[in-house]
Structures are given as C-alpha cells and as structure tokens.
Design a protein around this ligand. Sequence first.
Ligand SMILES: NC(=O)c1ccc[n+]([C@@H]2O[C@H](COP(=O)([O-])OP(=O)(O)OC[C@H]3O[C@@H](n4cnc5c(N)ncnc54)[C@H](O)[C@@H]3O)[C@@H](O)[C@H]2O)c1
Length: 255
Amino acid sequence: MPEPRGLLAGQVALVTGAASGIGAATAALFAAEGAVVRRADLPGAGEIALDVTDAAAWDAAFDRIGREDGGLDILVNAAGIASAGAGDAAAIETVSLDNWRRVFAVNVEGTLLGCQAMLRHMAHARPGAIVNIASSAAAAPSPALGAYGASKAAVAQLTKSVAAAAALSGLPLRCNCVMPGMAETPMTAGMPPAYRQAWIEQIPEGRFAEPAEIAQTILFLASGMSSYVNGAALPVDGGLLSRPIVGLRRDDQAG
Ligand SMILES: NC(=O)c1ccc[n+]([C@@H]2O[C@H](COP(=O)([O-])OP(=O)(O)OC[C@H]3O[C@@H](n4cnc5c(N)ncnc54)[C@H](O)[C@@H]3O)[C@@H](O)[C@H]2O)c1
C-alpha cells in the first residue's frame, strides 16, 4: 500500500458501517491521510450510533458533527448487508419480501438518507464528496443473493442522481461509488469453501481483495485526486467484471 500523503488533511469525514470490514479500513486510511474521522455504525458498535435506516439519526449525526467539527466534507456510505437472513433464504427464487425489504432498507434507503443529509447540510462554499458502496453484483447477476444485486444496482443509479442533483443546485459536491468484487470481510467470511473457491476461479486476479485495497479506491474518489470524476461507478474487483467468458487463465488455454 502507498505511504500516507496527507491527502485529506483538514477534512472531516463520516464513515458508516465503520465498525467492520471495508468501512473500518476506510476510516483507518482516512485518519492516516489526515482527516478527522467520525466512525458510525449500529448503536453499540460505532463511535456515533447511526442506524442508517433511521432518518432522525442522520440529522442528529450531522448536527453533532456540525457542532463538534464545524461541518462535514466527506461521507462514505459503507454500511450494508448481503441478506437479512442466512443462506438459501436470500436466493432469488425464494427470497421473502421481508428479507428483500430489509436489504433495500439498509443498502438503498440508508444510502439515500445519507446523501439527502449531505445535500441538506453541506455549505455551498465548502466542496464535498460522497462515496457510496455498490458492488460488482450491481452489474452481474446474483441469483444466490436476490435482493443484494438489485439493491446495489439501485445504489449505483442513485449515485448518479445525487451527482446530478448537486450540480443542478450549484453545490460543489461530487458523488461517486465503488463496485467492489469480493473482499475479505466478515460479510464473506462464512462462505462455504467450495462456493468461495468457485468465486476465486472467476476472478482474474485469483483472490479476494483486502479491505484496504477497496479503501484506497474510496480514498481516490473522496479526495482531490478525483476532482473531475463525478457520478461514476468504479469497479474494484480484480477484473471480475472484465473476465473473458471462456479461458480465465492462459494455463487453461494451453494444451
Ligand atoms: N465484502 C465484500 O466482498 C463486498 C463486496 C461488494 C460490496 N460490499 C459492500 O461493502 C460495504 C461494506 O461491507 P463489508 O464487507 O465491510 O461488510 P461488514 O459486514 O464487514 O460490515 C458492514 C457494517 O455495516 C454495519 N451495518 C449493517 N447494518 C447497518 C445499519 N442499518 N446501520 C448502520 N450500520 C449498519 C454493520 O454493523 C457492519 O459494521 C457493504 O455495503 C457491502 O455491501 C462488500
């Protein structure tokens, strides 16, 4: 990983889902890059108690950051769930409406509420950035996780609308999202070994990402390094979405 370069010096960042996985790695990287980082997660898990599905909790978090830190420059909406239940309960053929709605509540409505709070609270004179977390499942079918892929496609589309809304309002706010492939986090830790291996065989890079690798791309989209990137959905997937349909590896093609 590159050495920290003070890319976020003097900036205030709020990261949701910061108690675990990609959110935790992002919060750590942002702090190393000089940001004041506010770590939010479900009550009891984060420094700021913020269930992202709770509109009032968003306002309370922004009010607190306004009082204590003088406002917010960067929002990373990293809170997310793969399924409200476990295993087959999420498959597209059988996913219950309750499960579907819970996944959409956290992944889509939670991200929407965060973007709305940022649009409402940010000052016109202070440039800002939102980074949302979609997934390669936004672009590829995900029959094992019926609601998840659809919810992440919604996050990618929502990201573009937020970018456009900010531009139409004359707000200096960029909004982008990353589309991670498979990352080594608690979300993927319980995968059955054969399923996990099947994924690895589909990934040209031949492995899952470390959360820090996703965080580096989130840093790019949050910082001035991406000053001309807006409304984008950036794959961070080891080539998963760009793989050839046949012959993933040269070795496979030999003989
Ligand atoms: N791990 C992967 O392979 C992968 C791939 C693509 C996208 N993603 C996305 O990256 C994001 C982070 O995932 P992760 O792998 O780090 O998962 P994780 O399970 O390690 O962390 C998710 C965090 O979100 C929090 N959270 C869940 N519901 C919440 C709510 N209602 N309000 C506030 N916080 C809540 C959890 O407490 C947890 O700390 C998610 O949006 C996920 O969909 C992950």
